[in-house]
Design a binder for this molecule. Structure first.
Ligand SMILES: Cc1ncc(COP(=O)(O)O)c(C=O)c1O
Length: 415
């Protein structure tokens, strides 16, 4: 679908500054890894209040390198959440380690520390929490568990650029913090990622592994300082970020707070507009934490909404609104069932969320008119489903109240 009225899910807000910087980068003759990447790393580290940041090609690469740099490999287990993108699990597998799932808290949708504790074995080497949708995981409990059992923490911060937990930025609790700058993320470079480390040694190893395993500062070999020989000291990867990407990131980062405020506003408008509808809203942000407002996820339960989640997705898309599913729980995917014997019902909270969840557009690019369009589409879809449900229930002798009162009139959002 490509009509101009269609609201593209996760459309990035790209402005003149980014475009001009990309053009300057192209004209500079240096489009690969160079000065713009170095500047983006420095400015991202400053934003996250930490000294050590390495830019890479994706968050998937960031997690893969972090697991390797943590010294984790064959025979080791890493505990992560079933409510995540496949990349979190795949990166553990690519490092040669075994992923172990711990179910999520049904309300916060973040990994449940008690479930983590229950899955620790002598082979467990790390915990890999995801700050789901931008809401911080329970870092106090997780860091306590890690300390007690001598485990590393690798934070998947793909949703959590602006997230803070009790005044401290997400990605600085663990030994490694991994960020995504994919097209839909809160700061985008098209594709891209960043690793925060706790110390200089880990940073050097991540940088070396991200560039073929070449000795330190290999990228300087083409500079005007004269030719520099490089030596390959490990069999590394091609995971470096390009200056072309960093050109976008530098200016995206300058607007990170303004974009966060816009998404916080949209989040609030959705919350107010959906009161009384038969759906579950995102849990209220926890006191003393900062939510990144990356995903606005509602739950559609057929029992109360009178419509399945997938029917809801189709109905909203037909109203020219791009929606997402974050995520079907990891054990729903055949590859993990076959390889690890995982079954969705063994992680019941993640299974239920994964089968009911819908992500509505939350980009800072959305206009007020587009937010109103989303609200009206959700209201109209649920009201139509409610009316069908009332007719069906009346035939079966039930009352509409049993269905959560979804046959309400459509009310326009006042913005
Ligand atoms: C939770 C989570 N982890 C990891 C990733 C992987 O990020 P990337 O696409 O930058 O590799 C994503 C991307 O959507 C994600 O949402």
């Amino acid at each position: 679908m490509s009509t101009s009225d269609f609201i593209v899910f996760g459309a990035p807000r790209i402005e003149r500054d980014e475009i001009d910087e990309v053009v300057r980068c192209l004209e500079s003759g240096w489009i690969g890894t160079g000065p713009r990447v170095a500047r983006f790393e420095k400015e991202f580290a400053t934003y996250k209040e930490t000294p050590f940041a390495a830019a890479v090609s994706s968050c998937t690469a960031a997690i893969h390198l972090s697991v390797l740099a943590a010294g984790i490999g064959a025979g080791d287990e890493v505990i992560t959440t079933p409510m995540t993108f496949c990349a979190s699990v795949n990166a553990i597998v690519h490092a040669g380690a075994t992923p172990v799932l711990a179910d999520v808290d049904p309300e916060t949708m973040n990994i449940d520390p008690a479930e983590v504790e229950a899955r620790i074995t002598p082979n467990t080497k790390a915990i890999l929490p995801v700050h789901f949708a931008g809401r911080s995981a329970n870092m106090e409990a997780l860091t306590d568990i890690a300390r007690h059992h001598g485990l590393k923490i690798i934070e998947d911060c793909a949703h959590a650029i602006e997230t803070q937990y009790r005044g401290r930025p997400a990605g600085t609790f663990g030994d490694f913090g991994c960020f995504s700058f994919y097209a839909t993320k809160n700061v985008t470079t098209g594709e891209g990622g960043m690793v925060l480390t706790k110390n200089e040694d880990d940073l050097a190893r991540i940088k070396m592994l991200a560039l073929h395993g070449m000795s330190k500062d290999a990228w300087k070999r083409f500079s005007d300082e004269g030719y520099k020989h490089y030596f390959v000291v490990e069999t590394g990867f091609k995971y470096n970020m390009m200056d072309l990407q960093a050109a976008l990131g530098i200016h995206q980062l300058q607007r990170v707070e303004a974009n966060w405020r816009r998404r916080a506003e949209i989040w609030q408008q959705y919350n107010e507009a959906f009161v009384g509808l038969p759906l579950t809203l995102p849990a209220k942000p926890e006191a003393d934490t900062r939510h990144a407002y990356h995903l606005y996820t509602i739950l559609i339960d057929k029992e109360s909404a009178g419509i399945t989640r997938d029917e809801f997705l189709d109905a909203i898309t037909a109203r020219e609104i791009g929606v997402g599913v974050h995520y079907m729980s990891i054990p729903e995917h055949p590859v993990y069932q076959e390889r690890f014997g995982w079954r969705p019902e063994d992680y019941p909270n993640a299974m239920r969320i994964g089968r009911q969840t819908v992500s509505l557009p939350l980009s800072a690019k959305l206009t007020d008119a587009e937010v109103t369009k989303v609200v009206q589409a959700v209201q109209a879809t649920l009201n139509a489903a409610g009316k069908r449900q009332v007719v069906k229930d009346n035939r079966q002798g039930a009352t509409s109240n049993d269905r959560g009162g979804c046959g309400q009139p459509i009310s326009a959002l006042s913005t």
